[in-house]
Design a protein around this ligand. Sequence first.
Ligand code: SF4
Length: 252
Amino acid sequence: MVPGTAGGGDPGGSEATAVGTLIHELARRASAGEVGPEGLRAAFDEAWAALPAGPAWRQDARRERAWSMVQAWSGWDADRPRDQLVGVEVPFRCDLTVELPDGRPETVTLRGVVDRLELVDDTLVVVDYKTGRKATAGQVQTLGQLGVYQLAVRAGAFDELIGAAVHRPGKALAVYLDAGEGAARAATLVQPSLDDVPVPDGIDVGSAPDWASAAVAEAARIVRDEDFVARRGSHCRGCPFATDCPPRGARR
Ligand code: SF4
């Protein structure tokens, strides 16, 4: 999935988004056979040159760091069996009925684009490329984005693409392309299949069948009740509203 967009006026977020989009697009083209390994650098340089003219951020170090991520992806991709690849940049949309914490049923629409989809041992494996800071293995266990992709698998969102009903999610993968260790090597963190670990230790899901459904239900409740409370966290990094944010302001 293309990294989330940052608000306007946040140069750091815009830069990261532009670079992330470029890397995802190169990965898509390479996976589709539009660019071979030998042409990857030229395609990267061409795409980089087409980025909007910017100030100092388009420096050599930034470009080479982005290229390092492309190389990391290429190395990771080379190790994946080609015959299990189903698609790249796969859009999906499906409905899911969840039970709100107070027992009300709510039908929500899940919609997104999966970076890569693989068919492995009669399960669908969703893969998300990450160009931002690496999360911890514990954080990925309940990474909502991957959880929603798994729910989409269960809901049959990819049946038409595959031409068969494969509703069992395999392990979901978060592939970090900037492992931060100076090497062009990807780090893969694994989220267990919802079928194998529906409720991780220490997580209260109430009456929900699994942690991802519980998270979707809570998101639906927040929207339904218009209960938008700003909560500080790692997601605040680079937030363009930080200056006026009540919880952050209260900290000062
Ligand atoms: S809690 Fe405040 S600073 Fe953090 S992301 Fe939300 S609005 Fe931005």
